[in-house]
Design a protein around this ligand. Structure first.
Ligand code: PBG
Length: 337
């Protein structure tokens, strides 16, 4: 016998009534994905005439600044509102102190200036972390035991962020997971006349195995070797800790918080959005992109419908903004008639 759990029982309640026709399905849709939800991550390098493919990420390239402008034209034309920049610098210029991160004429600052002078309306976000610049691939400065030293790293991050906004970046996104870095960056901004610069804090950034294609793209994978980032990124088994991080980051002056990776952490996204009620970003990371691409290229899944379903699931879970390597293709699908 069928057990009835509700007093509105079958046949009085038939949920399929609303599902029967397209009009009623659309009328009761609870979440909506639009092009205005998307940010495209972009890899850049300090070379010329270069568009280098990234292993495991078909369709994604690392661009030299001359090529970048053509790509940005495509992005702007697609209707995407903002990009996030990630640099790859010459391995020989990396050192233990991440010296290149402090240059105001480094590839990120030059890219920001170029983009803002050619496409002033396009939002530009930069990554604040030292891993593309350290010879050991860590996000901060390490001591003799290989431990990332928090407060020294914060000083450098604040200077790096300041250079980015001075170059014209609209938003900075600290992805380093040092304690107190948002406060340091916010003070540096206030003290230097950048009170409107947006900080999107990577608050719930997990020590995930899904970052490898990205690390290859920025050139930190080999340098990191067998080392992990477990002494600063969050343990994948924790959720209260992520909520604690997010509320601290807001208290320190973040304008938005970010959850990363995306797909395996929808519960975290949901909890943060519903607890803090602040703009919440999700980062659909490189390993997630690689998995979807591999499955679609093998013919196992239909790429367009799977990607749109994944992006929609972020909206349903509470994301206001989705950073995704699928953004450019998704923009095309979302705006096509
Ligand atoms: C590092 C950083 C990482 C990503 C963005 N910023 C990797 C890491 O923490 O090692 C990963 C993004 C992706 O995988 O797409 N500051």
């Amino acid at each position: 016998m069928t057990r009835v759990f509700s007093n509105r029982s079958f046949p009085a309640t038939r949920l399929r009534r609303m599902r029967k026709n397209a009009f009623s399905r659309l009328l009761v849709q609870e979440s909506l994905l639009t092009i205005n939800d998307l940010i495209l991550p972009v890899f850049i390098c300090d070379e010329s005439n270069m568009a280098c493919a990234i292993l495991g990420m078909p369709g994604v390239h690392r661009y030299s600044l001359d090529k970048l402008m053509f790509y940005m034209e495509k992005v702007v034309h697609s209707g995407i509102l903002a990009v996030e920049l990630f640099p790859n610098i010459d391995d020989n210029t990396k050192d233990a102190l991440a010296s290149q991160a402090l240059r105001d004429d480094g590839v990120v600052c030059r890219a920001v200036k170029l983009i803002k002078s050619n496409f002033p309306e396009l939002g530009v976000m930069t990554d604040v972390a030292l891993d593309p610049y350290t010879s050991n691939g860590q996000d901060g400065i390490v001591d003799s035991d290989g431990y990332v030293v928090n407060d020294i790293t914060n000083d450098i991050l604040a200077k790096q962020a300041l250079n980015h906004v001075a170059a014209g970046a609209d938003m900075v996104s600290p992805s380093d997971m040092m304690d107190g870095r948002v406060g340091c960056i916010r003070s540096a901004f206030e003290d230097n006349g950048f009170c409107d610069a947006i900080i999107v804090a990577h608050s719930a950034k997990y020590a995930s195995s899904l970052y490898s294609p990205f690390r290859r793209a920025v050139g930190s994978l080999g340098n990191l070797g067998p080392s992990t980032k477990e002494t600063y990124q969050i343990d994948p088994s924790n959720i209260s800790e992520a909520l604690n991080e997010a509320s601290l980051d807001i208290a320190e002056g973040a304008d938005a918080v970010l959850v990363k990776p995306g797909m395996p952490y929808l519960d975290v996204l949901y909890a943060i959005k519903n607890t803090l009620n602040v703009p919440t970003f999700v980062y659909n990371v490189s390993g997630e992109y690689a998995m979807v691409k591999a499955a679609s290229m093998s013919g196992a899944i239909d790429e367009k419908s799977v990607v749109l379903e994944i992006l929609l699931s972020f909206k349903r879970a509470g994301a206001d903004v989705i950073i995704s390597y699928h953004a450019l293709e998704a923009a095309k699908w979302l705006t096509a008639g």
